[in-house]
Design a protein. Structure first.
Length: 444
């Protein structure tokens, strides 16, 4: 099949009609960047309702780890669906949930016995992490990071500080949450150069937060994304996470590793924190774990996850069909897809990096595996953010058949299914090149 293949103006007539119906009945709070109405997907390819075919580098916001409707995933889902759809794993027992907990215990980068709490989404996984941290430490304060995204329910939203619109109108949020600067080396909060960086931004926590605002012995947890996702696909230097680990260990604060976006093989390792050799206390997982079915997990050392019956639970959490999809997803990740993310991700990143010679609007290309961010600027010296241009490039790519998503104020994320091939990566780079040229030419 020729991919991409755009046959109609976008949106086509059927897409247009559905978008009109959506407008009157679906919440307008959703952030639709462009008018894609999917009919079906296969691997990294998506067809819309008008027969237009797209190359997918968005994966339903970094979710379709094994690609769209992978036959092994569909089989696992249908096999389980034939047996039973729901029994509530909080009140009864079933094998898929136990088997998945055993699998998770074997893959999370925490030594010793591991227990998992099952939820339905990333935000619920984070809620579980917040509650577990408070419960286990008897402390209530939490440290999070500017630019971070952890979800939109009231607890996780209190940690989220990606965009003010996400918080506006919803306060007061959870008390006792303190935000520290994230190590964004392209825009160092301390004005330092990445080459000489020893993650001095971590000092803010010790020398400012702990001196002026909160005593460390009252801090339950530090919650951090090992690569900021929604905030712009920002990769911190290794020392940042390593120094955060030292700091949290020193003060008896739990290190909560939010791998909702960066986990499940996307970074070229099963969990992004493995790149820097840091062992967290708690890991939050969602998005890619079940290839598109809803599932969230908070995993922690068994001694830490020692809350009594009734302390926390969820009717749907750990749904058996989602667990079956997750078990098959993990099998495929281990078999080949984590390695493919590392290989094709490296290839895609070099291709995008090479575009810097031609496109002055590319300020930075960064990422690990198939979690790659391209930051667009109006001027490489001043690094003025090219926000409207970023949106225009995403739209221009869509018009050419490439699905991308923005991240942060002026970055574009490449978060394709982990089945992406090198040829498809080359196609993505070619279309991105054309989209950039179009937008840069328009500006002149
Ligand atoms: C790092 C991170 N944590 C938590 C969440 C929240 O996940 P969900 O949208 O499934 O609630 C997201 C979602 O984008 C995320 O990227």
């Amino acid at each position: 099949m020729n991919v991409p293949l755009i046959k109609t103006t976008l949106p086509g007539p059927k897409a247009k009609a559905l978008i009109e119906r959506d407008k009157t009945v679906v919440s307008p709070s959703y952030t639709r960047g462009y008018p894609l109405v999917i009919e079906r997907g296969d691997g990294a390819i998506v067809e819309d309702v008008d027969g237009n075919v797209f190359l997918d580098c968005a994966a339903g916001i970094a979710v379709n780890a094994t690609g769209h409707s992978h036959p092994d995933i569909v089989r696992a889902i249908t096999d389980q669906a034939r047996k039973f759809l729901h029994m509530s794993g909080t009140d009864f027992y079933y094998e898929p949930q136990v088997r998945l907990a055993e699998e998770i215990a074997s893959i999370v980068p925490i030594r010793g016995g591991i227990r998992s709490f099952f939820a339905n989404s990333g935000t619920e996984a984070i809620e579980a992490c917040i509650k577990l941290s408070r419960y286990a430490t008897g402390r209530h304060n939490i440290i999070a990071f500017l630019g971070g995204f952890h979800g939109r329910s009231m607890g996780s939203l209190s940690l989220t500080s990606s965009k003010a619109i996400q918080r506006r109108g919803f306060g007061p949020l959870l008390s006792g949450v303190y935000h520290a600067p994230y190590a964004d080396c392209y825009r160092c909060p301390l004005g330092l150069r990445a080459e000489n960086c020893a993650a001095e931004c971590v000092d803010f926590i010790e020398h400012q937060l702990f001196v002026h605002l909160v005593s460390p012995d009252e801090v339950a947890a530090l919650v951090v994304e090992p690569i900021q996702g929604e905030g712009g696909y920002v990769v911190p230097p290794d020392q940042f996470l390593q120094r955060l680990r030292e700091l949290t260990t020193k003060h008896g604060i739990l290190f909560v590793d939010d791998e909702v976006q960066s986990g499940m093989g996307r970074s070229g390792k099963m969990f992004a924190i493995e790149h820097v050799g840091v062992e967290p206390d708690v890991v939050a997982i969602a998005k890619g774990i079940a290839s598109g079915l809803p599932l969230g997990v908070a995993a922690a050392r068994s001694g830490l996850m020692a809350w009594p019956p009734g302390a926390h639970a969820s009717t749907f959490g750990g749904n058996p069909v989602s667990c079956a999809a997750a078990l098959e997803t993990i099998r495929l990740l281990k078999e080949s897809l984590v390695a493919n993310a590392a290989d094709v991700g490296g290839h895609l990143k070099s291709g995008l990096h090479a575009l810097m010679d031609k496109h002055p609007s590319i300020g930075d290309v960064r990422g690990r595996g198939l979690m790659i961010g391209v930051e667009l600027v109006r001027d490489r010296q001043t690094k003025e953010r090219a926000t409207t241009e970023r949106d225009a490039v995403v739209s221009a790519a869509f018009a050419r058949g490439l699905l991308l998503l923005g991240a942060g104020r002026n970055a574009i994320r490449f978060s394709p299914p982990l089945v992406l091939t090198r040829d498809q990566a080359d196609t993505a780079v070619r279309i991105f090149d054309e989209a950039l040229t179009e937008v840069e030419t328009r500006r002149r």
